[in-house]
Design a protein around this ligand. Sequence first.
Ligand code: SF4
Length: 200
Amino acid sequence: MAVLVNFKICDNAKECGGIEVCPTGALSWDEENETIKIDNEKCISCGSCEQNCPIGAIRVAYDDEEYKKISKEIEEDPRTTKDLFVDRYGAAPLSEFFMIEEKDLNKKIGDGITLVECYEDDSIQCLLKSIPIKDITSNMPKDTMFYKVEANDELKKKYNINELPTLLLFKNGNLLGKIEGYYQVEQKEELINKINEINN
Ligand code: SF4
């Protein structure tokens, strides 16, 4: 009957898993407006998109009553994309959701603030000793995004990276600065201060 997207937590990307599996084109990518487009005339409520969204941002309603209920839930949802930041700076990726490939980096750097952690296997430290991304973005706007990318030589050269992991901070598409090296969880405040210095 209808599909709903909770854009409060959706990263609204072309690579949306729901678009990938939708058999009717009810979910598609609007190139012009760079957003996920919904055409409920085409939705057959098969549920594939809902199952293929790793964060539960896509919901399918099977009747009017359910549509109203889900709409209300989305309207009242206090979460933002930042609430999904379960990954940690300087740690093996916990979730595929924030992993991107180097070739897609430019597309992911949007308006607002984008943090990109560049890493290689050697730079990943013990998970329990690393810093939750939610903590280091607590003073940042709700639409702040975070990604992890495995650094290849080209990327290291492009951003003049000498040590991994490196955190790149972009604002409105421009690189504001970078922080190189691993920070223990005990150094969280130091890392936050460095980020704030770059961001101000
Ligand atoms: S429920 Fe099925 S038809 Fe409707 S948007 Fe999702 S995948 Fe497409």
